[in-house]
Design a protein around this ligand. Structure first.
Ligand SMILES: [Zn+2]
Length: 152
């Protein structure tokens, strides 16, 4: 302890002797201020997934790796990320995505794409555009005419 006293910087003592007012004590930041500061600087934006009630950080793959709603939320909020992984998938194939993101990610990503495509497929606009609706009606008409006709 004596040693600590002898190593005090003499200049610091001189400054103190000049009668400079004590440094204004920093007001203790309130919890609210701390939170705001953290939110502004390095917030971990935890959102709750409505479907499952899990809290997830949407910037990284869900910690509940087996929870589909978490993954769906994760992909849904990052269309840019989805599009970049999709590009990787198109150019490098499944193996490339696995190499970068791992097998679990690749698996759920495939599921997400599939569901997304199915959803778009289901929408009336897409059905009309692709003529699916029409072909289904034609099939039924053909079926009425002859049970033997095989729809293409
Ligand atoms: Zn979840």
């Amino acid at each position: 302890m004596d040693e600590a006293i002898t190593t005090v910087n003499p200049e610091a003592l001189q400054d103190a002797d000049l009668g400079a007012s004590k440094p204004v004590p920093q007001p203790e930041p309130t919890l609210k201020q701390v939170r705001e500061w953290r939110a502004a600087n390095f917030t971990v934006r935890h959102s709750t997934v409505n479907a499952c009630g899990h809290k997830i950080d949407l910037r990284i793959p869900p910690s509940n790796a087996n929870c589909w709603p978490c993954w769906e939320a994760f992909f849904s909020v990052s269309p840019d990320g989805v599009s970049s992984v999709h590009k990787l998938l198109l150019h490098g194939g499944t193996q490339a995505v696995i190499a970068v993101h791992g097998t679990k990610f690749t698996k759920v990503f495939g599921k997400f794409l599939q569901k997304k495509l199915l959803k778009e497929y289901e929408s009336p606009a897409v059905q009309a555009a692709s003529g699916i609706e029409g072909s289904i009606m034609n099939v039924k008409e053909e079926a009425n005419v002859s049970q033997l006709s095989t729809p293409e």
